[in-house]
Structure formats: C-alpha cells, structure tokens
Design a binder for this molecule. Structure first.
Ligand SMILES: C[S@@+](CC[C@H](N)C(=O)[O-])C[C@H]1O[C@@H](n2cnc3c(N)ncnc32)[C@H](O)[C@@H]1O
Length: 308
C-alpha cells in the first residue's frame, strides 16, 4: 500500500484480485470517490472477492479475464488512465489449498492447474500430449529443473503404463525419478516440475510481460505500479522491464549526458526488491519467497524528455 501510495479519489487496477485483500485496502484508502478495476482469471475468486468488497466505499468494476489483456480490459471499462496498478502474481492460497484445482503435490487431486477452469488445456492434457523433448523444455524453461530430460523420460515411461491424471501420481513419478525426498534439500523434489507445469498451463510469464507494459502505458504522471512475485523467473521479467524504463544516463563525448531507455520513463522506488520481514514470514510462511518491486511515473515537468 505504501508503494502504491493510494490517494482519495484515485483510480486503481488490481490485476490479480484473488481474495480481494489488497483491493479491500485500496478501496478503504481511495474512499467514496475512488475507483477500482479488479481482474482475475478465476471466476470463483472474482465472485467471492466481489461479495467481500461490496460493503466498501467507491466504484468497483470486476472483470473475469486474463491480465495479459489488461490494456483492452482497462480501456473498455474506463480505466484508460490510472493512478496505480497492482500485480500480485501466481496462485492464491485458496487455489493451492483446494485439492480439486490440482495445484499442489501436498493434496491429491486431478492434475488440472488451470487458474481459469473454464478453458484451455489442463496439466494432465499437456502430460498426455507432449513428447519427452517438449516436456523437458517446459521443466527447464519454467522450472529451471536441472534434470529436466531425466524427469520427462520417467513421465513418458510411466504414462505408457497408465495415464497420469492426479497430483499424487505425478509427485510420485518425479520423486522416484529424482531419487526420493532426501535429494532436494528443504524442497519437495517435485516443486520445480509442478511450478513449470503451472506456468505452462497458464502462460504466466507471457501474461505478466503483457500486463506490465499495458499497466505502464496507462499510468498517469505520478502513478505507480507495484508487482509481487514468488519465483525468480517472474521477478527477472519485472526487474528487466523496470530497468529498461528507468533507463540510464550515458556520457556524451562533447560533455554532459543523455538519458537512454524505454519510454515512458519511470523511476524505481527501491534500489533492490523488497522482501518480507522475519515477522511477516513467521506469520505467513507462504510469503517467504515474495519480492516486491515498484515504479513511479514521474509527475509532469520533473523529468527531461528523452534526448533532451
Ligand atoms: C496471489 S493471488 C492474489 C491475492 C490478492 N492480492 C489478495 O489480496 O487476496 C493471485 C491471483 O491472481 C490470479 N491470476 C494469476 N494470473 C492471472 C492472470 N494472468 N490474469 C488474471 N488473474 C490472474 C489468480 O487466479 C489468483 O486469484
């Protein structure tokens, strides 16, 4: 909330509405003349959050959609220029803890993993359809799994005997192929493979990339964008995007310097990503890998135009 600097009467987009926790606070701070656009791919989450937020002040618009389409959704709903955008990436605790959604190797359920269960292929569909090389590619690209080829081979062998349709089945195949729980210090051995499949099923990195640029393009002067990520691949995308828009001063031969970067020019609010405090991690262990990065579009007249 501090990084978003929510102001009374402002217009805000919560691109990952989830349980509506952040949005509730945005609405309280923006007050009766504030406006909020809440987006989520998960219709059940959207309905729950809409009920929770109904008693709070301000105008609320809820849209079931992918924040990869943030630009179109914002424009269609009268949020073409906003004071702040929040993106709190990944899955919610609700999704993780509901066995039927198939996100977790801790709860046995169907191998689904779609944040929007109304469309697209499930993780089980991907596992049934792709060959070993394509599965290995996913585990490498989205899970940074060092033994991607080996795990993919084990899955293909197992699915020839029986279709892989549950989270327990997959966790078991991956664990056995990687030599059991003892081999991956502190982590369940299937952590990387589950993360990779979830990201592939939901096109998470692609959606994030599009959401960032659409959000930046819609910030008013003085407006802010805050992004929370939970794994290094998403954090890298945010960091690189913010670095490009923050740009750098390049020294000129004839003296002086010139700013170079992606437009619009932005100001990073922190030198490094903000991590949760020990107290926060103790109260909410799922926050332990969170990283928050935020940028601000400078107020008009405070920054020279590029090349000036
Ligand atoms: C970590 S939770 C957000 C929690 C929320 N900030 C709160 O206070 O309760 C992430 C939410 O974003 C949604 N989500 C993830 N990727 C999305 C996308 N590309 N488009 C829309 N919603 C997405 C998920 O369905 C999930 O409900």
């Amino acid at each position: 909330m501090e990084r978003l600097d929510v102001r009374p009467g402002g217009a805000y987009v919560d691109a990952t509405l989830g349980g509506g926790g952040h949005s509730a606070e945005i609405l309280r701070r923006a007050g009766p003349s504030g406006r909020l656009l809440g987006i989520d791919r998960d219709e059940a989450a959207l309905e729950r959050a809409a009920r929770r937020l109904a008693p709070l002040p301000g105008e609320k618009v809820f849209v079931h959609g992918n924040h990869g389409d943030l630009g179109r959704i914002a424009d269609e709903n009268g949020f073409g220029e906003v004071d702040g955008v929040l993106i709190d990436t990944g899955v919610s605790s609700d999704q993780l803890d509901t066995a039927e959604r198939g996100f977790s190797f801790r709860n046995d359920g169907p191998l689904d993993m779609r944040m929007d269960p109304s469309c697209g292929e499930t993780a089980a569909d991907l596992i049934a359809r792709l060959d070993a090389a394509d599965l290995a590619d996913i585990f490498r690209k989205y899970g940074e799994e060092p033994r991607a080829g080996h795990v993919a081979g084990a899955i293909v062998k197992a699915r020839d005997l029986a279709p892989v349709t549950t989270t327990d089945q997959l966790a078991d195949i991956v664990s056995r192929s990687l030599g059991g729980p003892g081999r991956s210090r502190g982590h369940h051995p299937a952590t990387r493979v589950f993360q990779a499949l979830r990201m592939a099923v939901n096109g998470e990195l692609e959606a994030l990339q599009q959401a960032l640029e659409a959000a930046i393009a819609r910030l008013r002067p003085g407006g802010r964008l805050a992004v929370i990520t939970f794994e290094s691949l998403s954090d890298r995308i945010v960091k690189q995007c913010f670095a490009a828009h923050a740009g750098r001063e390049v020294s000129l031969q004839q003296g002086g310097s010139r700013w170079e970067g992606a437009l619009p020019r932005l100001e990073r609010l922190d030198r490094h990503a903000v991590a949760p405090s020990k107290a926060e991690t103790a109260a909410n262990p799922r926050a332990r890998s969170a990283k928050l990065r935020a940028v601000k579009k400078p107020a008009e007249g405070t920054v020279p135009a590029a090349g000036a």
